[in-house]
Design a protein around this ligand. Structure first.
Ligand code: FMN
Length: 370
């Protein structure tokens, strides 16, 4: 049904326009009490067995919406209505910015992938903080706030930029993510090098502790799939050293040739971050590597090419406590999150694990106990 709709309507539209149209419908539905209650009953059913405790929160399920879909925190209830148990807003930068010139979002339909070079178009952390402060949540959800660097701010002033967003946003966040992995802000990914990352994460931690009293806001870092294995290990070690709460693996990739893409070569060559099915293998590999290094000491969030419940289950077995998706939502439609949670519940029931927490990293334990 959705694929017919996708092919008839969305596929003919410019991808960014289609995004805004779908987004408007979601926001509208979430404002109509009868409609949103009905939609949530259908699309966001709860499964007792999928309850999970992570990042100091009790959640109804492990699957959430990855950053970039709701950059400005305007549709949190709408996304919860669609069954995403946690919603990560952003990336938000300290200053408002328009992002890159359009066209900047491309669909690679045969590859079930997207390429984007949005460039952190967002309203800025002051406006987003004001929106979150005024918010009256309808659905109980976990809110992640993802922050990044303002484009015009030079790299040597990056820390101050992240700190000012932290001061404005940390109080509203159930968890805070330092994004150093988007390919569309020049120089941003250099911040993944531990020499840059250590002072950055320490400063954000300090700013969050200074501005939020009475609780410790969990702090995570989001990394790229393009990091060399040694650099993944270095980030893992740094996360343990700094007592970081989590790592999100991964963002989009700049790789192309190695991925065997079948879409129109002109599209494939578009500059930007590639997401969806082609990034799945490397995202899973990075996650496995992280789990082998940090085990249960750091919460891992798996993201990148998760389209089915089986994909999500594989991520959990590989060490992810939570999982997220974005690109497959465009292709799968409104039943996407429901299908993932439903399929995960079935897999857990048919597995040897009593709880979801028992399944986290089970694949690694199996390998190491051989
Ligand atoms: C159009 C688009 C915009 C994105 N914007 C952001 C962003 O602002 N911040 C961020 O951390 N990740 C962003 N991402 C990356 C996603 O959060 C996710 O890490 C990545 O797409 C891999 O997951 P997927 O294959 O399920 O899409 C964006 C992805 C897409 C497709």
């Amino acid at each position: 049904m959705y694929s017919l709709f996708f092919n008839l309507i969305f596929r003919r539209m410019d991808p960014e326009k289609a995004h805004h149209l779908a987004f408007r419908w979601i926001r509208l539905a979430a404002r109509i009490p009868v409609l949103r209650t009905f939609a949530a009953a259908v699309l966001a059913p709860r499964y007792e067995e999928l309850r999970v405790e992570a990042l100091g929160r009790r959640m109804h399920g492990p699957f959430g919406l990855a950053a970039g879909f709701d950059k400005n925190a305007v549709a949190i209830d709408g996304m919860a209505m669609l069954g995403f148990d946690h919603v990560e807003i952003g990336t938000v930068t300290a200053e408002p910015q328009p992002g890159n010139p359009k066209k900047r979002l491309f669909r690679l339909v045969p590859d079930r992938a997207l390429i984007n070079r949005m460039g952190f178009n967002n309203d800025g952390s002051a406006a987003v903080a004001a929106r979150l402060a005024a918010r009256n949540p309808v659905f109980r959800t976990t809110l992640g706030v993802n922050i990044g660097k303002t484009k015009v701010v030079p790299e040597d002033r990056a820390i101050a930029d992240y700190v000012s967003s932290t001061e404005r946003l940390a109080a509203h966040a159930d968890y805070l993510v330092v994004n150093v992995s988007s390919p569309n802000t020049p120089g941003l990914r250099n911040l993944q090098a531990v020499d840059h990352l250590r002072p950055l994460l320490s400063a954000v931690r300090e700013a969050a502790d200074r501005t939020v009293t009475g609780r410790r806001v969990p702090l995570l870092v989001k990394i790229a799939p393009d990091l060399a294995d040694e650099d993944v290990d270095a980030v893992a070690d740094l996360a343990v050293e700094l007592d970081l709460d989590g790592i999100i693996a991964t963002n989009t990739t700049i790789a192309r040739e190695s991925l065997g893409l079948v879409s129109d070569p002109a599209l494939v060559q578009e500059t930007g971050g590639l997401s969806g099915a082609p990034v799945k293998e490397r995202s899973l590999e990075v996650l496995r590597r992280l789990y082998a290094r940090v085990g249960d000491r750091v919460t891992l969030i798996g993201v990148g090419g998760i389209a089915t419940a089986e994909d999500a289950w594989q991520r959990i077995l590989a060490g992810a406590t939570l999982v997220q998706g974005y690109s497959a939502f465009i292709y799968e439609g409104p039943f996407y999150a429901r299908a993932i949670h439903k399929g995960l519940a079935a897999r857990l029931r048919n597995s040897p694990y009593a709880t979801l927490a028992d399944a986290v990293g089970a694949e690694h334990r199996k390998v190491t106990s051989r």
